[in-house]
Design a protein around this ligand. Structure first.
Ligand code: SF4
Ligand code: SF4
Length: 395
């Protein structure tokens, strides 16, 4: 495993971090045995940075159970988890959420504690006004928190303000070859590194769009350049090529993905991405941007929708209809609706209640974009036909 040094404290962190949010699951429940196998193997192979969050349903508790089943495992890793900033209304909430995270993780300290999903300098000021800085200083003194940072999904201009607003130990940004100018972007990565901060990267594959979901035309561009065989590997290598990047998080939920990513991490040193590869990625970029109309990463933060709309799946189907053709998108849309399990919900079921608004780290105007999904994929009478078909099948 390649390791990169945390410039702030000297820790040697594995270049590949395990994003636990996408633990294997069955029918919406985390499969603990399968998750345990993956984490144990990941740690055996050198991964020492595990990322979770208070808000990832059942995730901290699953990790805690894996630690309990494997004595000594916790001491081999750095745990990163996150304070649900949007739920903090008073200073007492900081203690409440940290204690709950520690309890779920069966841990007495958090190695890397993040303020989750900072979306603007103003949002940070609001948290700061509740006394976050004083509180975190106390937690560091008693060593319940070792390093404090923030995960960022705000505008580019606010990122340097955030960096300078507090004595952070690290930061986490969304970064991949499509997001050089989006959110913190390349300028933000450089700004953090210049301040001596380790940078943890999330969404290196843009929720799969730069891997298995890569648009057909973009894949052809990469194949013509001789680098289209493994788009996920290419995208990861592009990120690791930046010496300013410390850890890249990947939500691996199969052993195959784990082994592939470890193999890539082993060889993806800064400067290993050659100029021909860089040119091919540059050419593919424009095509990908045209194909993916809604920048949804499938994180699920907007769920549940009170009307049962599967928001990320609707957007995935919509994007597929541009990236891989209308029929494939339509097929995905019908599957995404839940019709096959007899509980069909479509984009048209959105009533614009606004419950999802403000939850999306990509700042997507969800009801408005669902209207676009409906317009493109919902042929007249589709919900009735699908519901009728499922009803007949169940007789
Ligand atoms: S606005 Fe629409 S998609 Fe969002 S929560 Fe309400 S019904 Fe669901
Ligand atoms: S719409 Fe936004 S919050 Fe919902 S899954 Fe997509 S990126 Fe995540």
């Amino acid at each position: 495993m390649q390791f990169r040094t945390d410039a702030k404290n000297g820790n040697e962190l594995s270049a590949l971090g395990f994003g636990c949010m996408r633990f294997p699951s069955t029918a919406g429940r985390i499969d603990i045995d399968a998750s345990e196998r993956l984490i144990v193997e990941a740690v055996e192979r050198g991964i020492n940075y595990l990322d979770t969050a208070y808000l990832y349903s059942g995730n901290e508790a699953a990790l805690g159970e894996i630690f309990a089943r494997n004595p000594g495992l916790r001491d081999k890793v750095h745990i990163a988890t996150k304070l649900p900033m949007a739920r903090c209304e008073a200073a007492t909430d900081f203690d409440k959420y940290l204690e709950r995270s520690l309890e779920r993780l069966s841990a007495d300290h958090i190695d890397y504690y993040l303020v989750h999903n900072v979306t603007s300098a103003a949002a940070w000021s609001q948290l700061s006004s509740l006394g976050f800085e004083e509180w975190v200083k106390e937690q560091k003194e008693v060593r319940r928190i070792l390093n404090v940072g923030f995960s960022y999904h705000g505008p580019k201009a606010d990122f340097p303000l955030l960096l300078d607003s507090f004595d952070w130990d690290f930061c986490q940004i969304q970064y991949n070859y499509m997001n050089e100018e989006y959110q913190a972007g390349t300028a933000g990565l450089m700004a953090a590194a210049q301040r001596g901060l380790p940078v943890i990267v999330m969404e290196p594959l843009l929720g799969g769009k730069l891997a298995g979901e890569l648009p057909t035309a973009a894949r052809s561009i990469l194949s013509d350049a001789g680098i289209g065989d493994d788009p996920a590997r290419l995208a990861l290598r592009w990120v690791w090529n930046h010496p300013e990047v410390t850890v890249v998080l990947s939500g691996m939920n199969t052993q195959e993905q784990l082994l592939q990513n470890i193999e890539t991490a082993d060889e993806a040193f800064p400067g290993s991405f050659d100029s021909a590869e860089a040119m091919a990625v540059e050419k593919a970029r424009e095509n990908i941007a045209k194909s993916y109309r809604v920048p949804c990463t499938g994180c699920g933060y907007c769920l549940p929708c009170p009307k049962g709309v599967n928001i990320p799946m609707c957007f995935a189907a919509y994007n597929t209809s541009f990236a891989h053709g209308w029929y494939q998108g339509m097929h995905q849309y019908i599957t995404a609706s839940g019709a096959m399990v007899g509980n069909a919900r479509f984009a048209s079921d959105c009533v614009g209640c606004g419950a999802c608004l403000g939850k999306c780290p990509q700042h997507i105007d969800i009801p408005n974009e669902l209207a676009s999904v409906k317009k493109r994929l919902q042929v007249p009478g589709l919900p009735t036909l699908v519901r009728l078909g499922v009803g007949m099948m169940s007789r």
